[in-house]
Design a protein around this ligand. Structure first.
Ligand SMILES: C[S@@+](CC[C@H](N)C(=O)[O-])C[C@H]1O[C@@H](n2cnc3c(N)ncnc32)[C@H](O)[C@@H]1O
Length: 215
């Protein structure tokens, strides 16, 4: 059993809209976590090239990227109910059909639900930096996590991480470079500025983009 998680669930209240979206649309665009896996998820991943986004926050990057790439399926994984409610509402308003959401710890989703070789890419935008040394163990991007992610990628599949915390950027590079099957590649062609990124930019943080590909 893993005891250290990469998130602390915030107790912030849901807006009425987010709450309504969770009730009304999660059964349509959400896939329940199941340790035994899910046929619905397997079909979603098998029917188009598929990208998983971990920790999508409010989901603005997920939505914008999915709109630009209608022939790609996007699986967003997030634990934060307000963010899930927000993205569900946006999906419904935009009338787009290529996003599904799992509201659960991505570490468990990866180990229990995603079939091997089914992901074209993984997006991790502004993972919680956990800047204090005593909290470094909470950082999502660690060697065992990447080791569990690699078998899920197709040959040539990519991992794309962005952070505004320079010590975390160094750590992410070091972790990714330790896998000889991964090679550094050009950054992803386009993504919108995310909510969390805006806060970092306002504090003059430098944003680092890191993208690697399976050989
Ligand atoms: C710093 S925020 C960034 C959100 C968004 N990507 C952005 O750029 O605005 C990190 C997000 O990752 C989510 N998160 C952290 N660990 C997670 C995990 N193990 N599984 C799913 N979501 C996670 C948090 O709930 C949070 O919303």
């Amino acid at each position: 059993m893993r005891t250290v998680r990469s998130f602390v669930l915030r107790s912030g209240r849901l807006t009425k809209l987010q709450e309504r979206a969770l009730h009304a649309y999660e059964s349509t665009y959400g896939i329940p976590f199941s340790p035994e896996g899910s046929e619905t998820l397997n079909e979603f991943l098998a029917s188009k090239p598929s990208v998983m986004e971990i920790g999508f926050g409010m989901g603005e990057a997920t939505l914008a990227i999915a709109r630009r790439n209608p022939d790609v399926h996007y699986l967003g994984v997030e634990v934060f109910p307000s963010g899930v409610g927000n993205l569900l509402n946006e999906i419904e308003q935009a009338g787009i059909s290529n996003i599904r959401i799992i509201r659960h710890d991505a570490v468990e989703v990866i180990s229990r639900m995603i079939p091997r070789g089914t992901l074209t890419g993984v997006h991790i935008f502004f993972p919680d930096p956990w800047p204090k040394k005593k909290h470094h163990k909470r950082r999502l991007i660690q060697k065992p996590f990447i080791a569990s992610l690699l078998p899920l990628l197709e040959p040539g599949g990519y991992i794309y991480c962005v952070t505004d915390w320079e010590p975390y950027a160094l750590h992410i590079r070091e972790v990714l470079e330790s896998f000889e099957e991964l090679t550094s590649t050009d950054a992803y062609p386009w993504r919108p500025v995310t909510k969390f990124e805006q806060k970092g930019l306002a504090k003059d943080h430098t944003v680092t983009e890191i993208m690697v590909r399976m050989q």
